[in-house]
Design a protein around this ligand. Sequence first.
Ligand SMILES: NC(=O)c1ccc[n+]([C@@H]2O[C@H](COP(=O)([O-])OP(=O)(O)OC[C@H]3O[C@@H](n4cnc5c(N)ncnc54)[C@H](O)[C@@H]3O)[C@@H](O)[C@H]2O)c1
Length: 329
Amino acid sequence: MERKRVLITGAAGFLGSHLCDRFIKEDYHVIAMDNLITGDLQNIEHLFALENFEFAHHDVSKYVYVPGKLDYILHFASPASPIDYLKIPIQTLKVGSLGTHNLLGLAKNKNARMIIASTSEVYGDPNINPQPEEYWGNVNPVGPRGVYDEAKRFQEAITMAYHTFHGLETRIVRIFNTYGPRMRLNDGRVLPAFIGQALRGEDLTVFGDGSQTRSFCYVDDLVEGIYRLLLSDYAQPVNIGNPDEITIGQFAEEIIKLTGTTQKVIYKELPVDDPKQRQPDITKARALLGWEPKVDRAEGLKITYEYFKSLPAEALVNKEHKDFTTYNR
Ligand SMILES: NC(=O)c1ccc[n+]([C@@H]2O[C@H](COP(=O)([O-])OP(=O)(O)OC[C@H]3O[C@@H](n4cnc5c(N)ncnc54)[C@H](O)[C@@H]3O)[C@@H](O)[C@H]2O)c1
């Protein structure tokens, strides 16, 4: 039987690369697309020899051409960490808007089903906790995070418009903080930042008093949720994340215990518009997809720590941005 063909954008990134692995495992033909602005070919180089895998080095904010049929498009290209989107704000806005428009056009042309990677950041600094999909959010469009949050909100809007007006098959996943192997150690997200600081023998930086909360989902759980959502018939947004909420202060203590570091926690000023709380309401995912996370934090953190420890010493050097070592995202 002819293989189904899937286009994955952002394929050389953290989530995109794990999605490539999953679709290869399911025996799809995978077309991986990435402009490598924050991604790394090392994340997918183990797939290059496969006959059902191909890579296209391309910026999806420009016209996207893919020959042949396509069954599914997974649009995961976008800078995703605060360091990245603060460094490249215009590209972030473009990939969420122009990039999404280009890919929706391609999906329409190929009669393919498309899923977009939205985010819990569409809820901004939420006034309710946990956040159900019906909550519309509390976002500052002109704050520093606006470039990411509003790009994602626009991305949802245009995707829904293609669904409503063109009858395109679309899916929207609202991803909450996810972690696992292949994250960049110095991308400013709180988990690799803490582990990086512990491995370098530095104090762990908490922004604010550490009482803000986050919920961390292990990457394998997320990929399973995305896979199920894509194959479902539900076009409204669905939260995928782990509802096990923890304060940043407690999380720093967990990392200290995990890594055995003798360093302490130091506190710095809270960044602008930093969300105070983050916990997914996953009632919908449970009911519609029969999905819930399976990997608890202790287990997922252990795997992730082993991955970071296995990296060459130069990966530990923080060349990215000194003052943003932890943005507590
Ligand atoms: N990781 C999370 O916790 C999380 C949470 C919410 C949403 N998301 C979303 O999931 C997606 C993937 O995030 P990630 O954590 O894997 O980030 P990542 O930075 O590791 O991966 C993003 C990939 O997209 C590529 N890219 C960026 N702009 C591009 C463009 N114009 N054309 C082609 N490729 C481009 C990058 O080079 C990179 O490989 C993003 O859309 C992000 O907003 C992630």
